[in-house]
Design a protein around this ligand. Structure first.
Ligand code: CTP
Length: 409
């Protein structure tokens, strides 16, 4: 596999992120955050407090961002930096944010470079608190965080997990860089046509039990559906992901409902359907399931010659009558022959607005790979052939179509 489509893309090329790093041990994770943002194409300007400099040196951040790092508010020749950085930023992220910085920001102070930038900017601001869990739960810190929210700032995390000095029963640990990147992405997107839209996505395979330890399933990894849920959330949607068993990390932001069988997926989708604007069924739901589930593990000696199968519910079809008026419904079609005709038949029989056709015979398309090559078929007879793309890019292309369909309503 290869080709230009698989070169790492830089979706945030030219976007300006000011990363304020304050003095906590989580500052070392801010290095990875700065690197990840830079790899996405962003221009990352790091502002480092003196205390942060005691944990990680400015040179480290300069090496990963390729840009000068600032730490002083009043440096000769750079006295207007706080205004320029604040004014030009597309997003400001304080990670880690100590209790002290949070307190000063809540008070509207401008006593160092980072707090001065906060007053100078009109871009979205995200705070990623990181501190000992006892400090975090103190009423003063909680009150200050509340004040930050009132000021319109976002607060990301903190997470529960091991803290410095072996402490950590409650929240206090800085959110992981991967998650912070997603929040920054959502802030960079700003208001989009999907903002506030309620989107339901399904993903992954289902498992249909044969006996207590065996099941029938398929090769779906869940990646396409997870990429869709993540991208829709990044664009401002309120997303629920109903997922069969996968090995994937949960997406950042969407609510996750885990299911195992086709029946459970049908129940979850039916429950989540009311009030939704969009349904995207990317799950590879079983078509058949064992007619009887053996209550005990089947023994070798029983030599079962065949497993009797019965149809599993067709989840997408079953939602037809219950779909809210104006909903955009998207299905997938995985085909190995007569791909277009079969996919069109699914569009009709499942009453869909868009079908994402996966031709399993195309290299790099379908299950268990990072890429996908699909054709988007719509009700009006249109067929949009996409090149071989990463699943993230396919997700964006599908959502672009969903947006046009929503806007045409
Ligand atoms: N689907 C579903 N419930 C099923 C099977 C499929 O909701 N029991 C959904 C899938 O999530 C997908 C679409 O229907 O969005 C088409 O799935 P696909 O497996 O390609 O089609 P099937 O309807 O199963 O038809 P066939 O297996 O005969 O190709």
């Amino acid at each position: 596999m290869g080709g230009a489509a698989l070169l790492p893309r830089r979706p945030w090329a030219g976007r300006r992120v000011v990363l304020g790093v304050t003095g906590g041990i989580a500052a070392y994770k801010a290095v990875q955050l700065a690197r990840d943002l830079t790899q996405l194409g962003a221009l990352v300007d790091v502002a480092l407090t003196r205390a942060a400099g005691a944990f990680v040196g400015a040179i480290t951040f300069e090496a990963v961002t390729g840009r000068p790092v600032r730490s002083d508010l009043l440096a000769p020749g750079y006295a207007l930096d706080h205004i320029r950085l604040g004014r030009d930023a597309d997003v400001v992220c304080i990670a880690p944010a100590t209790a002290d910085t949070i307190a000063r920001a809540a008070a509207g102070a401008a006593s160092d470079l980072i707090t001065a930038i906060l007053l100078a900017t009109r871009a979205p601001v995200l705070f990623c608190p990181a501190m000992n869990d006892r400090m975090y739960s103190h009423a003063a810190v909680q009150r200050n965080l509340e004040r930050l929210r009132e000021l319109g700032y976002g607060v990301v995390g903190p997470a529960v997990g091991p803290l410095a000095f072996g402490e950590g029963q409650g929240p206090g640990r800085m959110e992981e860089p991967d998650a912070i990147v997603q929040y920054i992405g959502r802030a960079l997107e700003g208001t989009t046509p999907l903002s506030g839209r309620r989107v339901l996505v399904s993903a992954g395979p289902t498992r249909e039990a044969i006996d207590p330890v065996r099941f029938l399933s398929n090769r779906s990894s869940g990646r396409m559906g997870y990429a869709l849920a993540q991208a829709a959330w990044r664009r401002g949607a309120e997303v629920t992901l109903v997922s069969g068993p996968t090995a994937l990390e949960p997406p950042v932001g969407p609510a996750l409902v885990k299911v195992e069988t086709a029946e459970e997926m049908k129940d979850a989708v039916t429950r989540e359907l009311p009030g939704r604007d969009v349904l995207v069924m990317a799950a590879a739901v079983a078509d058949f399931r064992p007619a009887h589930v053996a209550p005990e593990k089947l023994k070798k000696e029983s030599r079962p010659g065949a497993i009797a199968l019965e149809p599993a519910p067709d989840v997408l079809r079953s939602t037809r009558a219950a779909r809210p008026a104006g909903m955009v419904a998207v299905g997938f079609a995985l085909e190995t022959e007569n791909a277009r005709a079969n996919a069109r038949a699914k569009l009709e029989s499942k009453d869909l607005d868009l079908v994402v056709l996966n031709d399993a015979t195309v290299p790099g398309a379908g299950f268990e790979v990072e890429t996908n090559q699909v054709v988007l078929l719509d009700r009006a007879g249109g067929a949009q052939e996409l090149p071989l793309l990463s699943k993230d890019e396919v997700a964006d292309a599908i959502l672009d179509r969903v947006v046009s369909l929503l806007q045409a309503r």
